[in-house]
Design a protein around this ligand. Sequence first.
Ligand code: ADP
Ligand code: MG
Length: 261
Amino acid sequence: MICIAIANQKGGVGKTTTAINVGTALAATGKRVLLLDLDPQGNASTGLGIGRAERDQHSTYDLLVGDAQLDHVAISTKVPRLDIVPATQDLSGAEIELIEFEARTHRLDAALARHAAGRWDVVLIDCPPSLGLLTINAMVAAHALLVPLQCEFFALEGLSQLLSTIDRIRSRFNPGLSILGVALTMYDRRNRLTDQVADDVRAVLGKVVFDTVIPRNVRLSEAPSHGMPALIYDYRCAGSEAYIALAREVIERLPKLRKAA
Ligand code: ADP
Ligand code: MG
């Protein structure tokens, strides 16, 4: 099992959209995928059509703060081979409640280590827009990070904070944590500024940036309100095609992680 945390402390950069659609694309290739919704807003859960009743019985809150086992909180979605542990509003209190635990940074790692190995090939964690205890739990549990970066003027702002958090996690808890890749999102080819930003990001970050660029595409933003991945809502739209290409790159980069794991 390979665990990938989708993280960036900025909100609205495409973490959840990436989690849902890369997860769906990986599942389509035959991999058994688990998506952990670690954002109290629960957008990944809503975007996959998980209703309130289901969430109340199964959630990442129960996994982190309660003593629920992964096997009991993971539920299937309409996408074959894609399971999810949904998030509820309770999770917004978890950062405070976790402080009580001695192993507060390792709650998720422990939950995954015990139960995820045989059942899933890839675990994707959709992180909240912060670098608090929830994201730290994700970084401690993960083999690698996938960092979506929005093509906008301030794209690189905040990245140094993310990188120093990664360094701290490496030196204290998880020496093997790597960056699987940086994905440029919401690219608009009619806007010359986003071109410039994409070039700048590649100049600064180099090969870690995926070749695939996710375009700004209205189908990607419509799909969640229908409770389904864009890849199912409209698999031929430019956004879906881009996510299929991104998932292909993710698959190409997995063997390196497996060696390190
Ligand atoms: P995050 O999880 O980082 O907060 P989201 O994935 O929820 O970001 O995206 C923020 C908003 O932008 C959502 O409404 C989403 O539907 C929309 N969105 C994300 N990616 C794209 C895209 N490539 N094109 C158009 N809209 C997008
Ligand atoms: Mg999100």
